[in-house]
Write a new protein. Structure first.
Length: 286
C-alpha cells in the first residue's frame, strides 16, 4: 500500500462523499456548503463542476442515468443534463441531509442533522426506488458514513459527534433494518471524529478521521488494523476506485484551516495498492 498522493488539488470547503462510477470511469464527490457536485475523470484527475442552489451532502448516480442528491431540504433527482426530475422536500429550516450510500439493492440511505449538531436531532432516512422516503432510525447527532458488510447482513453507521460507529442487523432481501443497533467502534478508537467510511471485500472498514490527519482500518470485529497518515488535518470520506477497486480516494475539508500551514486542505488524495479491493457499490435504482 503506497503513501497518499494528491490526485485532485483543490480547496473544497467540505469535500465529501466520493463515489466510484465504474461504468463511466469517474468519481463523483461534493463540496457540501457550496452545493457543488464534482465529476473527476479517473485516473487523470480532470474535474468538472455542477452547482446546486442548496447544500449537497452526497450525490450518487442513478441506474438509468442522472444523479440523486441528498440536499439541505431532502432529496433531489437530476437527469444527465442536470435538469431536476424529482424534488422530495423533507426537512425543516435548520436541518440538512449529510452523507449517503446505496444498499445492496440500490436504495439510498442518508443521515440528517441540525446545522448546529443538536444531540438526538439527527435521523437516518431511506429513499426507495419509487422515490418515497422514510425515517428508519432517530436519536442521532451527526449521522455520517454508511456501509454494508460483504454479505449485506450488517449495516454500519457513523455518528461523528458521538465518536461512534453503530452496527445494525440488516435484511438485504427486504432492504430493512431488522433489529436494534450495537456499538462497533467506541470513542476510544478515534483520535479525531469518525467521518466517512468504505468497506473492502474482507469486511474491513476504512474510516476517515476528521481532525486527526488519518484513515483508520478496522477488522470486521472492530479491532484497529492500521492507521494511514493523510497530509492534511481534516480527511472527510473515502471510496475504493479504479478497475480493480484497489485505490482509495480520500476527500478532505479546508474549512477553518490556514492554507499557509495546511496547503493541501480540501484536496483529494489517493492511496494505491490497498490490501484488498473495495466492495462494489450500487447505483441508485430510482
Amino acid at each position: 500500500m503506497s503513501a497518499p498522493t494528491v490526485i485532485v488539488r483543490a480547496t473544497a470547503d467540505v469535500g465529501e462523499g466520493p463515489f466510484w462510477h465504474k461504468e463511466k470511469g469517474v468519481v463523483h464527490w461534493v463540496d457540501i456548503p457550496s452545493g457543488l457536485i464534482m465529476t473527476t475523470q479517473y485516473p487523470s484527475g480532470e474535474t468538472t463542476t455542477f452547482t446546486h442552489h442548496e447544500m449537497v451532502g452526497a450525490a450518487i448516480p442513478r441506474k438509468n442515468g442522472g444523479m440523486v442528491a441528498a440536499v439541505q431540504s431532502g432529496f433531489v433527482g437530476f437527469d444527465d443534463n442536470w435538469e431536476i426530475t424529482h424534488t422530495i422536500p423533507l426537512l425543516a429550516d435548520g436541518y440538512r441531509m449529510n452523507d449517503a450510500a446505496t444498499d445492496p439493492s440500490g436504495r439510498m440511505w442518508a443521515g440528517s442533522n441540525t446545522l448546529n449538531f443538536v444531540p438526538g436531532e439527527g435521523a437516518l432516512w431511506r429513499l426507495d426506488h419509487d422515490w418515497n422516503a422514510d425515517i428508519v432510525h432517530t436519536g442521532l447527532t451527526l449521522p455520517n458514513g454508511i456501509g454494508w458488510s460483504p454479505d449485506g447482513t450488517t449495516m454500519y453507521l457513523v455518528d461523528s459527534m458521538e465518536k461512534l460507529i453503530l452496527q445494525f442487523p440488516f435484511d438485504p432481501a427486504s432492504a430493512q433494518i431488522v433489529g436494534e443497533p450495537t456499538v462497533f467502534a467506541h470513542p476510544a478508537s478515534f483520535e479525531g471524529l469518525p467521518d466517512g467510511l468504505a468497506i473492502d471485500t474482507r469486511g474491513h472498514l476504512w474510516v476517515a478521521e476528521f481532525g486527526a490527519s488519518q484513515v483508520t482500518e478496522f477488522s470486521p470485529v472492530g479491532d484497529i488494523v492500521s492507521r494511514i497518515a493523510i497530509p492534511t488535518k481534516q480527511p472527510t470520506s473515502l471510496a475504493f476506485v479504479g478497475s480493480g477497486r484497489d485505490r482509495l480516494w480520500v476527500t478532505s475539508a479546508a474549512s477553518g484551516l490556514n492554507p499557509a500551514t495546511d496547503p493541501l486542505a480540501g484536496s483529494v488524495f489517493e492511496i494505491a495498492n490497498t490490501p484488498a479491493p473495495g466492495l462494489t457499490v450500487q447505483l441508485f435504482g430510482g
